[in-house]
Design a protein around this ligand. Structure first.
Ligand code: ATP
Length: 457
């Protein structure tokens, strides 16, 4: 560029005039490329999310003969992603094309002016040749720059999305100066006048003035119709959410004042649907306490009545399980979850009793393991079995997010309220009660969904 200016200031000024024609399209089309590339990225993410979901639930899809519908929906989302990608490419092609056109158009203009100057004798042919050589080099560099710019715009579109994800802040954060939970842990959990609505549906109150506390080492059974808010209590105890009013306390410390990691170390959960991660059985149990030794993992598995079945697997504890390995049965998965919780050795245990019936042998193995696990720990259990409520020190009956009854089995049955009805239907003479008094079905207590399973029990 400097040599151009030295050789012919006059023609260089002409080139300067051409620069806005090159730069303006770069900026305008660059923005478009960025937008479209972002859109293409989003559509591609949609298509892969759908594929992952469908492949994960392939048995459900097959059982419902939904393969064609799923394949159709997947091809539509892939087509949308393809079209979005094509749009992005098109915008990029325009950017490069327009830039190159203006660059070469200006060369032509300069050449034309130069030739004119040579003809009129104000410039030598040699100087023109020199100028043209410099301007071809400069134009090549500018053309290259437009390519780079379009690539940068493309990448910026994609990176913007990642940046947003990275900048996302959790509502649940550790306070600047977290209060340390008392040592040694007592395992006392308390809900103080807790009300809660999920952030996605703030107008729907899920828990309404729930107030109770559990003394260390006690077992409290939570029963109530489907949708009453039982699992929500667990979400709050683990501080996945903060209550909208009131507070949850562990060992006398309000949860938001403590570090969530500390808190969660003191609370173990055995969920109904156990997640098995891809990896060995050993790794799956070790999730409970990543630093645990092999012997500790095996001891936990033994206490969870899982050792025998694990040793019978093709490679024992090293057997790969999960998506690409051996699939574990429902009862086996539950025992893996119990082993995790035993290893975690937390003073508070949240237990969501499985509703699905296990075969008698697994059932006995799982129950025995649970008994060992709950011993000496504060346990909140979402109960589905008569044996569990009978063993509990206290039963809380939850209905529409409120505790409507509180006591032991005998007292609550005598009181003749919701618990008595639920107990009659769920735990004792379920099938008979439904036959003799169809009016008093589960619909009345809004637990229709699981009535069959529970009644059979
Ligand atoms: P079940 O026995 O059927 O598992 P539950 O008593 O455990 O029921 P919860 O899972 O606590 O019930 O759900 C209580 C209510 O909260 C339900 O009406 C449910 O639709 C709603 N709910 C659960 N999770 C969310 C969420 N993430 N966002 C909005 N609403 C939710």
């Amino acid at each position: 560029a400097a040599m151009m200016a030295v050789t012919s200031p006059h023609l260089s000024a002409l080139v300067l005039l051409a620069i806005p024609f090159v730069v303006i399209p770069l900026v305008v089309f660059g923005r478009r490329v960025k937008q479209r590339s972002r859109l293409a990225q989003d559509r591609l993410a949609d298509a892969s999310a759908y594929a992952t979901e469908a492949i994960g639930a392939v048995r459900t899809l097959q059982a419902l003969t939904g393969e064609d519908a799923a394949a159709g929906r997947f091809s539509r989302s892939v087509m949308t992603a393809f079209e979005a990608a094509r749009d992005a490419m098109q915008a990029r092609a325009w950017l490069t094309g327009v830039a190159i056109f203006f660059v070469f158009a200006s060369i032509v203009a300069v050449l034309w002016m130069g030739a004119w100057n040579v003809l009129t004798g104000t410039m030598t042919a040699g100087a023109l040749g020199q100028f043209v050589l410099y301007s071809v080099l400069a134009a090549g560099a500018l053309g290259e720059l437009s390519q780079v710019w379009s690539e940068v715009s493309l990448a910026a579109g994609a990176a913007g999305r990642l940046g947003e994800l990275l900048a996302e802040k959790s509502d649940i954060t550790a306070p600047g100066a977290p209060v340390r939970l008392p040592e040694p842990a007592r395992g006392e959990i308390a809900f103080r006048d807790v009300s809660f609505a999920y952030p996605g549906a703030p107008e729907r109150t899920i828990l309404d003035g729930v107030d109770f506390s559990v003394r260390p080492g006690r077992t409290v059974a939570i029963v109530g119709p489907s949708g009453a808010g039982k699992s929500t209590l667990f979400h709050l105890a683990l501080r996945f959410y903060d209550p909208t009013a009131g507070r949850v306390e562990l060992d006398g410390v309000a949860l938001p004042a403590a570090d969530p990691t500390d808190l969660r170390r003191r609370v173990a959960i055995v969920p109904q649907d156990v997640t098995i991660f891809a990896g060995s059985v050993r790794d799956n149990i070790r999730i409970g306490r990543p630093g645990a030794s092999d012997a500790e993992v095996e001891d936990a598995a033994t206490a969870a009545n899982a050792d025998a079945f694990i040793r019978a697997l093709p490679a024992g504890y090293e057997t790969e399980v999960g998506e690409r390995g051996v699939t574990l049965s429902g009862g086996q998965r539950q025992r893996v979850a119990i082993a995790r919780a035993i290893l975690e050795d937390a003073p508070v245990l949240l237990l969501d009793e499985a509703t699905s019936a296990l075969d008698a042998e697994s059932e006995i193995a799982v129950q025995a393991a649970l008994e060992r696990l709950t011993h000496g720990r504060t346990t909140l259990v979402i109960a589905h079995r008569l044996a569990t409520v009978l063993k509990a020190d206290r039963i809380l009956v939850l209905d529409h997010g409120k505790i409507v009854e509180d006591g032991d089995h005998a007292t609550l049955v005598k009181a003749g309220g919701l618990y008595a009805r639920l107990a009659r239907l769920q735990f004792e003479q379920g099938a008979r009660a439904l036959e003799s008094d169809p009016e008093e079905g589960f619909d009345e207590v809004e637990a229709g969904e699981t009535a069959g399973g529970k009644a059979a029990e």
